[in-house]
Design a protein around this ligand. Structure first.
Ligand code: NAD
Length: 284
Protein backbone atom coordinates (compact mmCIF):
# COMPACT_ATOMS: atom_id res chain seq x y z
CA UNK A 1 0.00 0.00 0.00
CA UNK A 2 1.48 3.33 -1.10
CA UNK A 3 2.40 6.26 1.14
CA UNK A 4 -0.14 9.03 0.56
CA UNK A 5 1.56 12.29 -0.43
CA UNK A 6 -0.51 14.97 1.27
CA UNK A 7 -0.22 18.08 -0.90
CA UNK A 8 -2.72 20.00 1.19
CA UNK A 9 -0.64 19.64 4.36
CA UNK A 10 2.63 20.34 2.50
CA UNK A 11 1.12 23.46 0.91
CA UNK A 12 -0.13 24.67 4.31
CA UNK A 13 3.37 24.35 5.73
CA UNK A 14 4.86 26.15 2.74
CA UNK A 15 2.32 28.95 3.10
CA UNK A 16 3.21 29.34 6.78
CA UNK A 17 6.89 29.66 5.76
CA UNK A 18 5.97 32.24 3.11
CA UNK A 19 3.88 34.19 5.65
CA UNK A 20 6.84 34.33 8.04
CA UNK A 21 9.22 35.38 5.23
CA UNK A 22 6.78 38.06 4.05
CA UNK A 23 6.40 39.62 7.47
CA UNK A 24 10.19 39.74 7.73
CA UNK A 25 10.59 41.28 4.25
CA UNK A 26 7.77 43.86 4.34
CA UNK A 27 9.42 46.32 6.78
CA UNK A 28 12.72 46.04 4.92
CA UNK A 29 11.03 46.82 1.59
CA UNK A 30 8.78 49.45 3.14
CA UNK A 31 5.81 47.74 1.47
CA UNK A 32 4.37 44.24 1.18
CA UNK A 33 5.15 42.06 -1.84
CA UNK A 34 2.50 42.67 -4.51
CA UNK A 35 0.78 40.45 -7.07
CA UNK A 36 -1.50 41.68 -9.85
CA UNK A 37 -3.89 39.09 -11.31
CA UNK A 38 -5.62 39.93 -14.58
CA UNK A 39 -8.88 38.20 -15.46
CA UNK A 40 -10.34 38.72 -18.93
CA UNK A 41 -13.95 37.70 -19.57
CA UNK A 42 -16.16 35.53 -17.42
CA UNK A 43 -14.81 31.97 -17.60
CA UNK A 44 -16.21 30.42 -14.41
CA UNK A 45 -13.18 28.22 -13.68
CA UNK A 46 -10.77 31.13 -14.24
CA UNK A 47 -12.81 33.26 -11.84
CA UNK A 48 -12.47 30.57 -9.14
CA UNK A 49 -8.71 30.20 -9.77
CA UNK A 50 -8.13 33.97 -9.50
CA UNK A 51 -10.27 34.19 -6.37
CA UNK A 52 -8.26 31.39 -4.75
CA UNK A 53 -4.97 33.05 -5.69
CA UNK A 54 -6.09 36.42 -4.28
CA UNK A 55 -7.29 34.78 -1.08
CA UNK A 56 -4.01 32.89 -0.65
CA UNK A 57 -2.08 36.15 -1.12
CA UNK A 58 -4.07 37.88 1.60
CA UNK A 59 -3.46 35.00 3.97
CA UNK A 60 0.31 35.27 3.40
CA UNK A 61 0.69 39.05 3.67
CA UNK A 62 1.04 39.60 -0.08
CA UNK A 63 -0.90 42.58 -1.42
CA UNK A 64 -2.99 41.37 -4.33
CA UNK A 65 -4.77 43.33 -6.95
CA UNK A 66 -7.42 41.71 -9.14
CA UNK A 67 -8.01 43.52 -12.40
CA UNK A 68 -10.95 42.47 -14.54
CA UNK A 69 -11.42 43.26 -18.20
CA UNK A 70 -14.56 42.40 -20.21
CA UNK A 71 -14.47 39.50 -22.68
CA UNK A 72 -14.63 42.13 -25.44
CA UNK A 73 -11.29 43.71 -24.37
CA UNK A 74 -8.91 44.30 -27.28
CA UNK A 75 -5.32 43.08 -27.57
CA UNK A 76 -4.17 46.68 -27.27
CA UNK A 77 -6.15 47.30 -24.07
CA UNK A 78 -4.74 44.18 -22.45
CA UNK A 79 -1.19 44.99 -23.58
CA UNK A 80 -1.52 48.51 -22.19
CA UNK A 81 -2.69 47.09 -18.88
CA UNK A 82 0.28 44.67 -18.75
CA UNK A 83 2.64 47.57 -19.60
CA UNK A 84 1.25 49.67 -16.73
CA UNK A 85 1.65 46.75 -14.28
CA UNK A 86 5.20 46.16 -15.54
CA UNK A 87 5.99 49.77 -14.63
CA UNK A 88 4.19 49.80 -11.27
CA UNK A 89 6.78 49.60 -8.51
CA UNK A 90 4.38 48.13 -5.96
CA UNK A 91 3.73 45.12 -8.22
CA UNK A 92 6.25 42.27 -8.04
CA UNK A 93 4.28 39.66 -9.94
CA UNK A 94 1.97 39.95 -12.94
CA UNK A 95 -0.20 37.05 -13.94
CA UNK A 96 -2.72 36.89 -16.74
CA UNK A 97 -5.16 34.07 -16.10
CA UNK A 98 -5.43 31.65 -19.03
CA UNK A 99 -7.23 30.80 -21.21
CA UNK A 100 -7.88 34.18 -22.82
CA UNK A 101 -10.88 34.76 -25.08
CA UNK A 102 -10.07 33.35 -28.56
CA UNK A 103 -9.69 36.74 -30.29
CA UNK A 104 -6.69 37.58 -28.07
CA UNK A 105 -3.13 36.48 -28.84
CA UNK A 106 -2.09 34.60 -25.71
CA UNK A 107 1.57 34.15 -26.65
CA UNK A 108 1.97 37.87 -27.37
CA UNK A 109 0.47 38.74 -23.97
CA UNK A 110 2.72 36.29 -22.12
CA UNK A 111 5.74 37.81 -23.89
CA UNK A 112 4.61 41.29 -22.89
CA UNK A 113 4.89 40.54 -19.15
CA UNK A 114 8.22 41.71 -17.79
CA UNK A 115 10.42 38.60 -17.29
CA UNK A 116 11.33 40.08 -13.88
CA UNK A 117 7.65 39.94 -12.83
CA UNK A 118 6.76 36.70 -14.64
CA UNK A 119 5.73 34.74 -11.55
CA UNK A 120 3.92 32.12 -13.67
CA UNK A 121 7.23 31.42 -15.44
CA UNK A 122 5.64 31.37 -18.91
CA UNK A 123 7.80 34.06 -20.59
CA UNK A 124 10.19 32.63 -23.22
CA UNK A 125 13.15 34.13 -21.32
CA UNK A 126 12.28 32.19 -18.17
CA UNK A 127 11.47 29.05 -20.19
CA UNK A 128 14.88 29.39 -21.90
CA UNK A 129 16.69 29.89 -18.60
CA UNK A 130 15.00 26.77 -17.22
CA UNK A 131 16.24 24.84 -20.26
CA UNK A 132 19.78 26.17 -19.71
CA UNK A 133 19.69 25.35 -15.99
CA UNK A 134 19.86 29.01 -14.90
CA UNK A 135 18.00 30.59 -12.02
CA UNK A 136 14.57 31.76 -13.21
CA UNK A 137 10.89 31.90 -12.37
CA UNK A 138 9.75 28.30 -12.71
CA UNK A 139 6.19 27.37 -13.73
CA UNK A 140 4.25 26.85 -10.52
CA UNK A 141 2.78 23.37 -11.05
CA UNK A 142 6.00 21.47 -11.87
CA UNK A 143 7.89 23.55 -9.27
CA UNK A 144 5.28 22.43 -6.72
CA UNK A 145 5.78 18.80 -7.75
CA UNK A 146 9.53 19.12 -7.09
CA UNK A 147 8.95 20.61 -3.63
CA UNK A 148 6.42 17.91 -2.82
CA UNK A 149 8.83 15.13 -3.84
CA UNK A 150 11.64 16.71 -1.81
CA UNK A 151 9.46 17.04 1.27
CA UNK A 152 8.56 13.37 1.02
CA UNK A 153 12.19 12.36 0.54
CA UNK A 154 11.64 10.93 -2.94
CA UNK A 155 15.03 10.40 -4.49
CA UNK A 156 15.43 11.90 -7.97
CA UNK A 157 19.11 11.62 -8.95
CA UNK A 158 19.83 8.64 -11.17
CA UNK A 159 16.24 7.44 -11.19
CA UNK A 160 14.09 6.99 -14.27
CA UNK A 161 11.32 9.60 -14.41
CA UNK A 162 8.51 9.17 -16.91
CA UNK A 163 6.55 12.35 -17.63
CA UNK A 164 3.21 11.97 -19.39
CA UNK A 165 2.32 15.16 -21.28
CA UNK A 166 4.44 17.74 -23.10
CA UNK A 167 2.58 21.00 -22.51
CA UNK A 168 4.55 24.21 -22.04
CA UNK A 169 2.88 24.71 -18.66
CA UNK A 170 3.43 21.30 -17.06
CA UNK A 171 5.02 18.45 -19.06
CA UNK A 172 8.03 20.19 -20.67
CA UNK A 173 9.14 22.26 -17.64
CA UNK A 174 8.56 19.19 -15.41
CA UNK A 175 10.93 17.18 -17.59
CA UNK A 176 13.56 19.96 -17.47
CA UNK A 177 13.37 20.20 -13.67
CA UNK A 178 13.78 16.44 -13.27
CA UNK A 179 16.69 16.47 -15.73
CA UNK A 180 18.37 19.31 -13.84
CA UNK A 181 18.20 17.11 -10.74
CA UNK A 182 19.87 14.29 -12.68
CA UNK A 183 16.93 11.99 -13.28
CA UNK A 184 16.89 9.99 -16.51
CA UNK A 185 13.80 11.46 -18.15
CA UNK A 186 11.36 10.06 -20.70
CA UNK A 187 8.61 12.32 -22.04
CA UNK A 188 5.42 10.65 -23.31
CA UNK A 189 2.65 12.30 -25.30
CA UNK A 190 -0.41 11.55 -27.39
CA UNK A 191 1.66 9.83 -30.13
CA UNK A 192 3.72 7.62 -27.79
CA UNK A 193 3.58 3.92 -28.68
CA UNK A 194 3.06 1.34 -25.96
CA UNK A 195 2.39 3.87 -23.21
CA UNK A 196 1.95 1.20 -20.47
CA UNK A 197 5.34 -0.31 -21.38
CA UNK A 198 7.06 3.08 -21.14
CA UNK A 199 5.32 4.03 -17.89
CA UNK A 200 6.50 0.72 -16.40
CA UNK A 201 10.12 1.94 -16.72
CA UNK A 202 9.41 4.79 -14.31
CA UNK A 203 10.74 4.93 -10.77
CA UNK A 204 8.92 8.26 -10.82
CA UNK A 205 5.77 8.78 -12.92
CA UNK A 206 4.31 12.26 -13.39
CA UNK A 207 0.96 12.26 -15.19
CA UNK A 208 -0.13 15.57 -16.77
CA UNK A 209 -2.41 14.53 -19.57
CA UNK A 210 -5.98 15.52 -18.77
CA UNK A 211 -7.48 12.02 -19.31
CA UNK A 212 -9.46 10.63 -16.38
CA UNK A 213 -7.83 7.56 -14.80
CA UNK A 214 -5.70 6.83 -17.88
CA UNK A 215 -2.78 5.32 -15.92
CA UNK A 216 -3.68 1.95 -14.45
CA UNK A 217 -2.08 0.24 -11.47
CA UNK A 218 -0.74 -2.59 -13.65
CA UNK A 219 1.16 -0.03 -15.79
CA UNK A 220 3.38 0.83 -12.81
CA UNK A 221 6.72 -0.48 -11.64
CA UNK A 222 6.15 -1.75 -8.08
CA UNK A 223 7.24 0.93 -5.61
CA UNK A 224 7.14 3.81 -8.13
CA UNK A 225 6.45 7.35 -6.89
CA UNK A 226 3.31 8.47 -8.72
CA UNK A 227 2.53 12.17 -9.05
CA UNK A 228 -0.88 12.90 -10.53
CA UNK A 229 -1.17 16.42 -11.94
CA UNK A 230 -4.40 15.79 -13.86
CA UNK A 231 -7.66 17.39 -12.83
CA UNK A 232 -10.63 15.85 -14.60
CA UNK A 233 -14.32 16.20 -13.91
CA UNK A 234 -16.34 12.98 -14.04
CA UNK A 235 -19.93 12.89 -15.32
CA UNK A 236 -21.20 12.85 -11.71
CA UNK A 237 -19.33 16.11 -11.02
CA UNK A 238 -16.56 14.54 -8.89
CA UNK A 239 -12.90 15.33 -9.59
CA UNK A 240 -10.34 12.69 -10.46
CA UNK A 241 -6.77 12.59 -11.71
CA UNK A 242 -5.03 11.01 -14.70
CA UNK A 243 -4.15 7.99 -12.57
CA UNK A 244 -6.59 5.29 -11.48
CA UNK A 245 -5.93 5.90 -7.80
CA UNK A 246 -7.54 2.72 -6.44
CA UNK A 247 -5.48 0.31 -8.54
CA UNK A 248 -2.33 2.46 -8.49
CA UNK A 249 -2.12 2.77 -4.71
CA UNK A 250 -1.74 -1.02 -4.44
CA UNK A 251 1.41 -0.99 -6.62
CA UNK A 252 3.00 2.43 -6.11
CA UNK A 253 5.42 3.25 -3.29
CA UNK A 254 3.99 6.76 -2.89
CA UNK A 255 1.11 8.52 -4.61
CA UNK A 256 -0.63 11.92 -4.69
CA UNK A 257 -4.42 12.01 -4.44
CA UNK A 258 -6.70 14.20 -6.58
CA UNK A 259 -7.87 16.50 -5.14
CA UNK A 260 -5.42 17.30 -2.33
CA UNK A 261 -2.15 16.42 -4.09
CA UNK A 262 -0.45 18.68 -6.60
CA UNK A 263 -3.25 21.27 -6.85
CA UNK A 264 -2.67 23.03 -3.49
CA UNK A 265 1.08 23.22 -4.19
CA UNK A 266 0.52 25.21 -7.40
CA UNK A 267 -0.89 28.27 -5.61
CA UNK A 268 1.73 28.03 -2.85
CA UNK A 269 4.46 28.18 -5.52
CA UNK A 270 2.85 31.27 -7.05
CA UNK A 271 3.17 32.96 -3.66
CA UNK A 272 6.73 31.70 -3.37
CA UNK A 273 7.60 33.15 -6.80
CA UNK A 274 6.02 36.50 -5.84
CA UNK A 275 8.11 36.57 -2.67
CA UNK A 276 11.22 35.74 -4.72
CA UNK A 277 10.44 38.58 -7.15
CA UNK A 278 9.91 41.05 -4.28
CA UNK A 279 13.26 40.05 -2.78
CA UNK A 280 15.11 40.35 -6.08
CA UNK A 281 13.47 43.65 -7.04
CA UNK A 282 14.08 45.07 -3.57
CA UNK A 283 17.73 43.96 -3.57
CA UNK A 284 17.13 41.74 -0.54
P1 NAD B 1 -2.55 20.01 -22.18
O1 NAD B 1 -3.86 19.60 -22.75
O2 NAD B 1 -1.92 21.29 -22.60
O3 NAD B 1 -1.48 18.86 -22.48
C1 NAD B 1 -1.80 17.50 -22.35
C2 NAD B 1 -0.64 16.67 -22.82
O4 NAD B 1 -1.00 15.29 -22.68
C3 NAD B 1 -0.28 16.88 -24.28
O5 NAD B 1 1.10 17.13 -24.35
C4 NAD B 1 -0.62 15.57 -24.98
O6 NAD B 1 0.35 15.19 -25.94
C5 NAD B 1 -0.64 14.58 -23.85
N1 NAD B 1 -1.64 13.54 -24.07
C6 NAD B 1 -2.94 13.67 -24.40
N2 NAD B 1 -3.55 12.48 -24.49
C7 NAD B 1 -2.61 11.55 -24.21
C8 NAD B 1 -2.62 10.13 -24.13
N3 NAD B 1 -3.74 9.44 -24.35
N4 NAD B 1 -1.48 9.53 -23.80
C9 NAD B 1 -0.35 10.22 -23.55
N5 NAD B 1 -0.28 11.57 -23.58
C10 NAD B 1 -1.39 12.21 -23.93
O7 NAD B 1 -2.74 19.93 -20.62
P2 NAD B 1 -1.91 20.59 -19.39
O8 NAD B 1 -2.19 22.03 -19.32
O9 NAD B 1 -0.49 20.12 -19.43
O10 NAD B 1 -2.64 19.88 -18.17
C11 NAD B 1 -2.64 18.47 -18.00
C12 NAD B 1 -3.56 18.11 -16.87
O11 NAD B 1 -3.07 18.71 -15.69
C13 NAD B 1 -4.99 18.61 -17.02
O12 NAD B 1 -5.86 17.66 -16.42
C14 NAD B 1 -5.01 19.89 -16.22
O13 NAD B 1 -6.30 20.19 -15.71
C15 NAD B 1 -4.07 19.52 -15.09
N6 NAD B 1 -3.38 20.67 -14.48
C16 NAD B 1 -3.35 20.68 -13.13
C17 NAD B 1 -2.71 21.69 -12.47
C18 NAD B 1 -2.66 21.69 -10.99
O14 NAD B 1 -2.42 22.70 -10.37
N7 NAD B 1 -2.84 20.51 -10.36
C19 NAD B 1 -2.10 22.73 -13.19
C20 NAD B 1 -2.11 22.67 -14.58
C21 NAD B 1 -2.76 21.62 -15.21
Amino acid sequence: MAILIDGKAAAERLRAEIRAATSDLTPRLGRPPGLAAVLVGDNAASRVYVRNKVRACEECGILSRKIELPASASQQELEQLVDSLNEDNAVDGVLVQLPLPPHLNEQAILRRISPAKDVDGFHPLNAGKLLLGEDCFEPCTPAGVMVLMDRYGIEIKGRHAVVLGRSNIVGKPMAMMLLRRSATVTICHSATNNLPGVVRLGDIVVAAVGRARLVQGDWLKPGAAVIDVGINRLPDGALCGDVDFDSAKEIAGAITPVPGGVGPMTIAMLLSNTLKSARLRGGQ
